[in-house]
Design a protein around this ligand. Structure first.
Ligand code: GRF
Length: 203
């Protein structure tokens, strides 16, 4: 399956996906890296791996979200993309874009959903005093961070943790989890039933 990865910044999850996809047995190929920021550091990972890149700068659409998303969609189609991975992509997507890619677009979120949707998850987890935190890969629906959950990984929250230490521990889980979840999707082993993801055994 041809995968397009949407990024806005650092791109460490993108790097993890690229690394996993180097394996001959991996069921997906990272065929395009698309950034909404021309200066996203993650674009260099794509360049180094010889992967096509594109920039659709939201700032050049003067607040016209639909036009911005039509340009994203056009770029994905131009590269025959079949699955979209959001990896630190920091723009909210409209129902039009989400519906267009429904069932074919996934995201990694740095918390154990449905806890801590949105931003600043690590600070909020520490503040709440939870003892477990983690990461979730889920299908994207127009309800932000609320789509069907594909995989989750947990880490302990230590009493000595600050936001940075906790974020680093969770990021390690994201880098394990995201390639595994993409492999599940790409090999057609997931289906959505009553809003929940059901995973079938490997053939
Ligand atoms: C990750 O923590 C991801 O879960 C969140 O934004 C961060 C992106 O990091 N949505 P990177 O760009 O993949 O390094």
């Amino acid at each position: 399956k041809r995968v397009g990865v949407l990024i806005s910044g650092r791109g460490s999850n993108l790097a993890a996906l690229i690394e996993a996809a180097k394996n001959n047995d991996y069921p997906a190929e990272i065929a395009l890296v698309l950034s909404n920021r021309p200066d996203a550091a993650g674009l260099t990972h794509a360049g180094e791996a010889g992967i096509a890149t594109a920039v659709v700068d939201h700032k050049s659409f003067a607040g016209d979200r639909e036009a911005f998303e039509r340009a994203l969609d056009a770029s994905l189609r131009e590269h025959d993309i079949e699955i979209v991975c959001l990896a630190g992509f920091m723009r909210l997507l409209t129902p039009w874009f989400v519906d267009t890619w429904a069932g074919r677009m996934i995201n990694v979120h740095p918390a154990l959903l449905p806890s801590f949707r949105g931003l600043d998850t690590h600070a909020r987890a520490i503040e709440a005093g939870v003892k477990l935190h983690g990461a979730t890969v889920h299908y994207v629906t127009s309800d932000m961070d609320a789509g069907p959950i594909i995989m989750q990984g947990a880490v302990p929250v230590l009493s000595t943790d600050d936001e940075k230490a906790l974020a680093a521990r969770v990021l390690g889980v994201e880098h394990q989890l995201y390639p595994q979840a993409l492999a599940l999707i790409a090999s057609g082993r997931t289906r959505i039933e009553d809003g929940r993801v059901v995973v079938s055994e490997a053939a």
